[in-house]
Design a protein. Structure first.
Length: 269
């Protein structure tokens, strides 16, 4: 019964997203333009050298182009509107209806996000990757690294959802949650390695990145894809870190949700 509800919620979200298929061309143009800018920046930096030194050894232009392409691919479905969904429901009072649904509020949002991601994979990610392979080329991983990469991407997407959901719950206390989202977006851009790989960071920024889970969404999966992180011990360590953050965020959200519901009941009463 519960699984059927989850499946139907996910399919409804997918059907809603399908209504916006006409926007795919515009999306592809924007993402390809972003990729062109990144690729030509790296080509300019590699103009006088075939390799650049980093904390992960020597890096080639081909690896940096691949990094940019894979990072863009992850960003296609790592971006969500969970924070604004929660904020809108709280400010409009619609959240009261969600409290009486047979599914938890978090599960509803997760299924909606999952449905959107299925749409993005089929109609945005696949076309983007096909065009990128033709225009830029990609340094493909080994089978083992490719499978580990996919597993880490799934863990990273769950992490990303839980982070945005936790931030969204702040709307119960602070309506202007978009300001918090701006700070979060800045931290992700800086510390996730989405644009500049962490192996080019200073020692201070590298240490700072370990205090946040953002690098587990972008940098670490891509490092595995490129073969910069190898060995079962290292790979299991990354999965363990993701799991630890997921458990920690679930516990934090459980505490926040309990306080949020009590606050809502008191205000409503």
């Amino acid at each position: 019964m519960r699984l059927a509800l989850y499946r139907e919620m996910t399919l409804n979200s997918l059907r809603t997203s399908l209504a916006f298929r006409s926007e795919v061309i515009l999306f592809l143009f924007g993402q390809l333009l972003r990729l062109f800018v990144q690729v030509y920046i790296w080509r300019a930096l590699f103009a006088n050298s075939t390799e650049l030194s980093s904390q992960s050894g020597m890096i080639t232009l081909s690896e940096m182009i691949t990094y940019s392409v894979v990072s863009t691919a992850i960003s296609v479905f790592a971006t969500n509107d969970v924070i604004f969904r929660v904020s809108r429901k709280v400010s409009s009072g619609e959240i009261a209806m969600d409290l009486i649904k047979p599914m938890s509020f978090r599960s509803v949002l997760f299924c909606q996000t999952l449905g959107v991601n299925v749409y993005r994979i089929l109609f945005e990610l696949l076309p983007l990757m096909m065009v990128s392979l033709i225009l830029f080329g990609v340094h493909l991983p080994t089978l083992a690294n490719g499978l580990a990469f996919l597993g880490l991407v799934v863990g990273g997407l769950i992490l990303n959802f839980l982070i945005t959901y936790a931030i969204g719950l702040i709307a119960f206390w602070y309506i202007l949650v978009w300001q918090v989202n701006t700070v979060l977006d800045g931290l992700i851009r800086l510390l996730s390695g989405a644009f500049i790989p962490i192996w080019f960071f200073s020692d201070t920024l590298v240490k700072l990145s370990y205090f946040f889970p953002f690098r587990l969404i972008y940098y670490e999966p891509i490092a595995v894809f490129l073969g910069k992180t190898t060995g079962w011990a290292n790979l299991l360590g990354l999965f363990a870190q993701q799991l630890a953050w997921i458990v920690g965020l679930l516990l934090l959200q459980r505490w926040m949700w309990g306080r949020a519901v009590r606050r809502l009941v008191v205000q409503g009463g």
